[in-house]
Design a protein. Structure first.
Length: 91
């Protein structure tokens, strides 16, 4: 995930770390025999956190594309068509 926006990268990494913590909670709940409701609730939180991180990554890449449409200053040479496909995989 290459981006020139350090603040966006920090927010994305925080989201991913939060998702990892929530996944650890799902695993612990399943291992200790917690109720189905608790496990599924935690699992939904993980899924939502990962989706938000994915959308934030794509959003940041789109901003980079707008700022540098020819791609000369971007680390990743990703097209808007590729970004659209990535976005749709999360939708």
């Amino acid at each position: 995930m290459a981006t020139s926006d350090i603040e966006a990268q920090r927010r994305i990494l925080n989201r991913l770390r939060r998702a990892r913590g929530q996944l650890d909670a799902v695993i612990a709940a399943a291992e200790t025999g917690r109720s189905c409701r608790e496990v599924v609730t935690q699992l939904a939180a993980v899924s939502s956190a990962l989706d938000r991180a994915g959308f934030a990554i794509i959003s940041t890449a789109m901003k980079d594309c707008i700022a540098d449409p020819d791609g000369s200053n971007r680390d990743e040479n990703i097209t808007t068509e590729e970004l659209e496909k990535l976005f749709l995989t999360l939708a």
